[in-house]
Design a protein around this ligand. Structure first.
Ligand code: M6R
Length: 616
């Protein structure tokens, strides 16, 4: 939530900052702003409600010079989205500007203490309090800026990634992190880039330093970067080379990132499996298991923690792990898990699933599990993000940057990794023979081709169908077994980008209450593929039809019986039941997308949402 960009070096900062903000807009788009420091100690701050394009329009024609700057795109936590609450915030002395991602939890106390000292506030944000606190230590107590930042951060409770500029020291940025991500890019000739993730930096340099909690980076143009902690002790610099394909950050001819990411899934899943399937003479070879097999194989229990779409993938993972590895597996919302007193034993393995690797609740669940001595396995997409850096081992899903706020390719990537993990563990534990594993892997490797064919075939049909759903006020999604989490995921997709109320249920639960909602105005999307549950689901469809509900069925090609029963059918190729989620989710992603487009919604930037939820 909220994206930060910074630049200090030999070039004009403004275009670098604006391009960077565009890359980070998925993190929030309530307001945007930029602070530019010129060599003549000028500080120009421009900010506005709305998106980065609105900021560009607002700043157009104004002085935009300066080779030092910081910028921000906001997802509002404290204070409504308006210009006053937009970042950067400038301190009372007018010298210091700051951008912030996170939450200062004790901001109300700090604000009243500062008010008593004569500080006046222009916004209702927690960030302005931090700007004034730094100013207080710097101006009133005469501490140099770095010490003032350290003193202020020692008094702050909460999460932050901040970047601070001072008009009196125009060639320097000070940045700090605690529980919110921040990465520094080291450019040529003493240029430094700063951002919430690597995507705004990668076109300038691949040499990155991921800051850890409690670290403060000092970035002097033309000089050497330094890192110190809050007590001013030096910290060793750990420079990582980051690989990222810039074309993955562009729409590539698609009208929206979400559609591009849906269509990318065949390639993404091939990337996800590359080097892992049919490698080293084995059906499967996950390096995370090779080096940590003892802990993983001897686990008395797996506990999956995740949020949102990743939690839905986890529900499928639970079934896969229990089915193939025969290890009891529970699945928890990270946000609930972290605040109760869960029983976690040192023999447990906690599996954290997160696309961004920055979700605050999942990260906190990981920390709790670590305190209790569990072994932590991460399944993440964003390379170098906080969760992979805080787990004992894990497996990247390698589907490339996901920009659309509605997660699509990350979900199928997560399910693919969970399938590979479950099959590998099953083989190693002897609950699955090598032959069975080999057959399963051969089925898994067919999936990208099946998705490709399916996407091309059903997209026009789903686009037509979406027109019928545009006027729906509620939609029910039903599925059973492996497809129950897909029903939840389909409903979430529709909710978040078209704002139509949708609920997913296990199909058999209908008769325990939700069926009361069914009438001729209620569309019901049913995943009714030919699998072990088929006859049961068919009965559920009959129950809905008997109450005049409109059924859109996701079926298996060649199933004429379901065709006669349902109002609309989207037919999919047959795959083993445990791999069905990778296929059945495709029409539901497309349906949500086309309904949102028909309704004229901003698909990639749905209201009130942000891609990376770095606050509780
Ligand atoms: O980055 P994460 O996978 O940890 O994010 C978890 C959820 O915030 C995320 O899946 C969210 O539900 C998506 N917007 C769903 O499309």
């Amino acid at each position: 939530m909220c994206g930060i960009v910074g630049y200090v070096g030999n070039n004009d900062a403004y275009p670098i900052l604006i391009n960077g903000l565009k890359r980070l807009e998925y993190r929030g788009y309530d307001s945007a702003g930029v602070a530019l420091v010129g060599d003549g100690c000028t500080l120009n701050v421009y900010k506005t409600k709305g998106k980065v394009a609105d900021l560009e329009a607002h700043a157009s024609g104004k002085p935009l010079g300066g080779s030092t700057g910081i910028a921000h795109t906001r997802w509002a936590t404290h204070g409504e989205p308006n210009e006053a609450n937009a970042h950067p915030h400038v301190s009372q002395s007018g010298n210091i500007a700051i951008v912030h991602n996170g939450i200062i939890e004790n901001y109300a106390t700090l604000r009243s203490q500062l008010s008593a000292k004569g500080y006046q506030f222009k916004s209702s944000t927690d960030t302005e309090v931090l700007a004034q606190l730094i100013d207080y230590f710097n101006t009133a107590l005469d501490l140099p800026l770095l010490q003032a930042v350290q003193a202020a951060l020692r008094r702050v409770i909460g999460a932050y990634a901040i970047a601070v500029v001072d008009s009196r020291a125009p060639r320097r940025i000070i940045a700090a992190r605690k529980s919110s991500p921040l990465v520094v890019g080291i450019g040529n000739e003493g240029d430094f880039y700063l951002a919430s993730d690597a995507s705004p930096i990668i076109e300038y340099t691949d040499r990155m330093v991921y800051l850890n909690d409690g670290e403060i980076a000092i970035l002097p143009a033309g000089g050497e970067m330094e890192i110190v902690n809050l007590d001013n002790k030096p910290v060793e610099l750990n420079v990582t080379r980051v690989e990222m394909n810039i074309s993955q950050l562009e729409k590539g001819g698609f009208p929206h990132f979400m559609l591009k990411e849906i269509f990318e899934q065949p390639d993404c899943l091939n990337d996800c499996m590359r080097g892992r399937v049919n490698a080293q003479g084995q059906p499967l070879a996950l390096s995370s298991l090779r080096f940590h097999s003892k802990r993983m194989l001897n686990a008395s229990r797996y506990i999956i923690v995740a949020c949102g779409t990743s939690w839905h993938a986890g529900l499928i993972g639970k079934q896969l792990l229990e089915n193939f590895a025969q290890v009891p597996t529970s699945i928890e919302y990270a946000s609930e898990f972290r605040y109760r007193n869960p029983v976690i034993n040192p023999s447990d393995v906690v599996i954290a699933i997160s696309q961004s690797g920055e979700t605050a609740d999942t990260l906190a669940a990981v920390e709790l599990a670590r305190e209790k001595g569990a072994f932590i396995y991460g399944i993440c997409n964003s390379v170098g993000s906080s969760i992979p850096r805080n787990t004992d081992t894990g497996c990247y899903i390698h589907v490339g940057p996901e920009i659309g706020v509605a997660s699509t390719k990350a979900f199928t990537g997560q399910v693919t990794v969970l399938a590979m993990l479950a099959l590998s563990l099953g083989m190693a534990r002897g609950t699955l023979s090598h032959d069975e594993a080999r057959q399963a892997v051969s089925q898994l490797t067919r999936i990208p081709g099946i998705i490709k064919e399916t996407l091309e075939r059903i997209n026009p049909q789903v686009e037509q169908l979406a027109k019928m759903l545009t006027y729906a006020r509620n939609v029910i999604y039903l599925g059973r077994g492996y497809n129950y989490p897909v029903a939840l995921e389909g409903a979430l997709k529709l909710k978040e980008i078209s704002y139509i109320h949708a609920e997913g249920y296990p199909a058999a639960e209908m008769k325990h209450g939700p069926i009361a909602l069914v009438d001729e105005d209620m569309p019901v999307v049913v995943i009714a593929t030919r699998n072990a549950m088929y006859d049961k689901v068919r009965s559920n469809v009959q129950e809905i039809k008997a109450r005049r509900g409109r059924v859109i069925a996701i079926t298996t090609q060649g199933d004429t019986a379901m065709g006669d029963l349902a109002d609309e059918c989207i037919a999919l190729p047959e795959v083993p039941e445990y791999l069905e989620p990778l296929i059945t989710t495709i029409p539901l992603q497309l349906l949500a997308y086309h309904v949102a487009v028909c309704k004229g919604k901003d698909v990639d930037h749905p209201r009130n949402l942000a891609k990376s939820v770095t606050v509780e």
